[in-house]
Ligand binder design. Structure first.
Ligand SMILES: Cc1ncc(COP(=O)(O)O)c(C=O)c1O
Length: 435
């Protein structure tokens, strides 16, 4: 597995050329990595019309992920989400996307940019804001009863808590209606390299975004847009152009080198590393005194509702990915040290369980859309105290990051159900459309 981007930059740094081009730091160390931070000079290729080293590197990634086409993102999954929706929308007369309600706010912003309507899919029964498992039954019913078929079905899998959708079944239903299945796989790049390939494109998704930086050894911002091998909808033809529409014309070469080097790691080592890491995670799971609600190989999601000493992780020098009092999410990768695993194991052994009835988590609100997402996001807005927001229309999706899942969707009327969740997540002020 070659690393053409990293090799090119290495050679350039050694060539001692006068850098009479961007960037302004000229390779002088301020942060310490400037020498590797180049721009689109001769031989460095162009991310949005790749013909040389970037194309070679992307083709390496595509072969590793077994896709028809893989395009690098220097703007994380957010950029790829925009591109996915754009690609699906331009091939259809429909203006509506069917989406599971736990979509990240990047999805909402993408819908505002391409000006489409969202028909939300909700799970059966009540569900945590972060989790919204759409079964084949729910999807089949939604498509069967749709007045107009959507231009795409969009789900998030794995979700923030590590729950995974049955992509195979959902894909089979989408195929019946000739509607593409798009998956936000921001949390699951590594799934392609587990013993069973669990990557969405291997299971029937037509397109997916991966935040390589979330679970692979890649710099923050590095991601992929993947088009599945069969490319039934010819998305690969315009995938690069779609990414260009939503990206900077100065993509970070540090990120591109990082994605390039990751190919070598995937090729040479990742499978062994993942298998060792999964064994260590299983060892922790086996001693957890509380349920782990995650179904994802590298994520542990501790149900904290019956834990008295919720500060146990902080006291053990652990920084989790996310905690909301009900669930605490830990993202582990082969790059975590044995000491990290030992700390987590030790923290679980110090947990104090209380035998009181656990509180129920407030369910995902089912709001009523009063104006479109685009109208709301582009409206004149004002910030009001949460308790004064009932009856007002949500403007920007006020959400903390993580999990960055909108409690109220832009354009929805705010109700007491929303307020309950805003308060739970300690959100005191929200943005509403001006009257
Ligand atoms: C489920 C999900 N989708 C999309 C994104 C956006 O990804 P990125 O930060 O790589 O742009 C995130 C980020 O946290 C996420 O959790």
């Amino acid at each position: 597995m070659n690393t053409p981007i990293a090799d090119f930059v290495n050679n350039y740094t050694k060539s001692n050329k006068a850098r009479l081009h961007m960037p302004g730091h000229k390779g002088v160390q301020f942060l310490g990595i400037e020498q590797f931070d180049i721009t689109e000079i001769k031989g460095a290729d162009e991310l949005y019309s790749p013909e040389g080293i970037i194309l070679q590197s992307e083709e390496n990634a595509s072969a590793l992920f077994s896709t028809k086409k893989t395009v690098y993102s220097a703007g994380g999954s957010s950029q790829s989400i925009n591109a996915m929706l754009y690609l699906a929308k331009i091939r259809s007369n429909s203006n509506t996307v069917f989406a599971a309600r736990n979509a990240h706010k990047a999805f909402l912003y993408a819908c505002a940019k391409i000006d489409c309507d969202i028909h939300w899919l909700y799970p059966e029964g009540s569900s945590h804001l972060c989790s919204c498992i759409i079964t084949d039954k729910i999807l089949a019913e939604a498509l069967k009863t749709a007045e107009t078929l959507p231009f795409a079905v969009y789900i998030t899998s794995p979700d923030y808590l590590g729950r995974m959708a049955d992509i195979k079944s959902l894909s089979a239903i989408c195929r019946q209606y000739n509607v593409p299945l798009l998956v936000d796989n921001a949390h699951g790049s590594y799934l392609a390299f587990c013993e069973d390939n669990l990557h969405p494109t291997a299971l029937g998704a037509d397109m997916c975004c991966d935040s390589a930086h979330k679970t692979l050894p890649v710099l923050t911002g590095g991601g992929y847009l993947h088009i599945a091998k069969d490319d039934l909808f010819y998305f690969s033809e315009r995938a690069v152009q779609a990414m260009e529409i939503f990206g900077s014309t100065s993509p970070s070469y540090l990120i591109l080198q990082s994605l390039d080097l990751c190919n070598k790691y995937i090729y040479e080592k990742i499978r062994d590393d993942l298998s060792a890491c999964q064994s260590k995670i299983e060892a922790i799971r086996s001693v957890m005194p509380v349920p782990d609600v995650s179904q994802e190989p590298l994520k542990i999601t501790a149900d904290m509702r019956c834990v008295a000493n919720k500060d146990v992780f902080e006291k053990n020098g652990i920084e989790p990915e996310f905690t909301d009092g009900d669930f605490t999410v830990f993202m582990l990768t082969p790059q975590n040290s044995d000491e990290d695993f030992a700390k987590l194991k030790s923290a679980f052994s110090q947990m104090q369980i209380v035998k009181i009835i656990c509180e129920n988590t407030p369910a995902i609100p089912r709001g009523v859309q009063k104006i479109t997402v685009r109208e709301a996001i582009f409206s004149q807005s004002e910030t009001v105290d949460v308790e004064k927001a009932i009856g007002r229309i949500c403007a920007a999706p006020t959400v903390s990051c993580p999990p960055a899942i909108p409690i109220a969707v832009s354009g929805e009327e705010i109700t007491t159900q929303h307020i309950e969740l805003f308060e739970k997540y300690n959100i005191n002020h929200i943005s509403v459309v001006k009257k």
